[in-house]
Design a protein. Structure first.
Length: 377
C-alpha cells in the first residue's frame, strides 16, 4: 500500500452510493424492475430492434419466473440452473458436449440480453432524471466534495472518494454540469486525470489501470450502463472498451446505435455491467489464482475492488448512502469492503433503517461500529 494512501495525518472520506440515491430520479430499485421493463418495452420503436429484442426476451423470462423479483436474482437463477443441468448430464464428462454448448450459449445470451436491457433502460431515463429536483442532490454532492475549485484542482485536492454500486450515470452527469470548464474533447472523463475510475486513454485503445493515488477517484463497483467491452480474439489477456460520453441527454435511437452489433457469446461486445453473483465468483477466482478470469469485465472489477478496499482501510470517515445491504450481496460487500474499515464509525444513511438493520443483524463484527442516519440523500 502506498505512503499516500496510508498517511495517518490525512483525513480521507469515502462515500458509498446505493440504488436509493437514484430512486427519486426515476430509476428502479431491484424489486419492481420487471414492471419497469414491461413499461419500457411498450415505448421502444421498431427502429430500435436490438433494444426491443433484449427487453422483450428479458421480460418473458421474468414473467415465466414469478418468484424472481430482480435481475440480480434472474441472472443467478439462470446460471444455477445451468450448473444443475450440467451435473444431471454427467458433469464435465457428459455424453453430449454439443447439447451443453448450445444450452450454455443460450444462458449466456439471456444474461447478456438482461444487461443490455438494463443499460438501455437506464440511459433512456437520463433525459427526465436530469430535470427532476432530486438530481440536484447529486450536484450538491459534487459541490460538497469539490468546493469551488476549477475541476483540475478539485480532483487533486478533494479529501473524498466515491464508490457506487449503481449502473446509472447521474454522478458523472452532475460533475459535468457543475464544471463547465471541463473539456471532454481533450480529457477522458473516466481517466486518471479526471474521475480516475480505473481506465486510461493514453493509447488508441482504452485500457484498465489502477486508479491514481494523488487525487479523487470515482469507482463504479458493478460497472455502468453504456459501457462496453470485448475480448481480443487472438490475445485472451487483452480487452477493448467503448464508452459513449455522458455529455447530453440520449435518445433511444442513439442508444441503439451505441450498442455494438458484434455480440457472439465468446468474442462479441458485451455490456460492461456485473451482477453480484458474477462479481462474487470473480473475486473468489482472483483470490485463489492471483489473476483475473476470462470474463470481459474481470480485469476492471479486480482492479477497482482492490483499490476500493485500500481506500476504505485508510479512510477516516465512511458514509454508506442509499444501500440496503440486500442479502444477495451483503455478505460479500461486508467481507470485501466494510470489514476493511478501521475508522471508529461507519455511517449508514438510509430512509429504511429497519430493513438495513435486519440485513446486517447477523454480522457480529459490525456491532458497535455503525451509526444510523435516516436523513434523505
Amino acid at each position: 500500500m502506498s505512503e499516500e494512501i496510508m498517511n495517518p495525518n490525512r483525513e480521507t472520506k469515502v462515500i458509498i452510493l446505493g440504488a436509493g440515491c437514484s430512486a427519486d430520479c426515476g430509476y428502479p430499485l431491484g424489486i419492481g424492475f420487471a414492471t419497469e421493463l414491461e413499461k419500457f418495452l411498450g415505448e421502444i420503436p421498431e427502429k430500435c430492434p436490438v433494444i426491443k429484442q433484449t427487453v422483450d426476451s428479458t421480460v418473458k423470462l421474468l414473467v415465466g419466473l414469478p418468484e424472481i423479483q430482480t435481475l440480480d436474482q434472474l441472472a443467478k437463477y439462470l446460471e444455477d440452473e445451468m450448473s444443475v443441468w450440467q451435473q444431471n448430464h454427467g458433469g464435465f464428462r457428459m455424453s453430449n458436449p454439443k447439447e451443453y454448448s448450445e444450452k450454455y450459449s443460450l444462458v449466456q445470451k439471456q444474461i447478456r440480453d438482461a444487461k443490455i436491457a438494463t443499460s438501455a433502460l437506464f440511459c433512456a431515463k437520463e433525459t427526465k432524471a436530469r430535470k427532476m429536483p432530486a438530481f440536484q442532490r447529486y450536484k450538491l454532492l459534487v459541490a460538497e466534495i469539490f468546493g469551488g475549485y476549477p475541476w483540475r484542482d478539485a480532483v487533486k485536492e478533494a479529501n473524498c472518494h466515491v464508490l457506487t454500486f449503481n449502473y446509472d450515470r447521474l454522478f458523472e452527469l452532475a460533475f459535468l454540469e457543475s464544471f463547465r470548464d471541463f473539456d471532454t474533447g481533450n480529457t477522458f472523463i473516466y481517466g486518471k486525470d479526471a474521475l480516475n475510475s480505473g481506465f486510461d486513454l493514453s493509447t488508441r485503445e482504452l485500457s484498465v489501470i489502477k486508479p491514481a493515488l494523488d487525487h479523487f477517484c470515482f469507482l463504479k463497483l458493478h460497472g455502468s450502463s453504456c459501457w462496453w467491452g470485448q475480448r481480443h480474439q487472438h490475445d485472451p489477456n487483452k480487452r477493448r472498451y467503448s464508452f459513449p460520453l455522458p455529455l447530453k441527454t440520449i435518445s433511444l435511437e442513439e442508444i441503439e446505435n451505441s450498442i455494438p452489433k458484434e455480440r457472439d457469446v465468446l468474442h462479441g461486445w458485451e455490456s460492461l455491467t456485473v451482477f453480484p453473483h458474477e462479481r462474487q465468483f470473480e473475486q473468489n477466482f482472483y483470490k485463489a489464482r492471483g489473476e483475473s478470469s476470462g470474463y470481459t469485465w474481470a480485469q476492471y472489477v479486480d482492479t477497482i475492488w482492490d483499490h476500493a478496499a485500500e481506500l476504505l482501510e485508510a479512510a477516516t470517515e465512511v458514509r454508506v448512502i442509499g444501500y440496503s445491504f440486500n442479502p444477495i450481496d451483503s455478505r460479500y460487500v461486508v467481507d470485501k469492503l466494510i470489514a476493511k474499515v478501521k475508522c471508529e464509525k461507519t455511517i449508514i444513511q438510509n430512509l429504511n433503517i429497519d430493513t438495513v438493520k435486519k440485513n446486517l443483524a447477523s454480522y457480529k463484527m459490525l456491532r458497535g461500529h455503525l451509526e444510523f442516519d435516516q436523513t434523505p440523500f
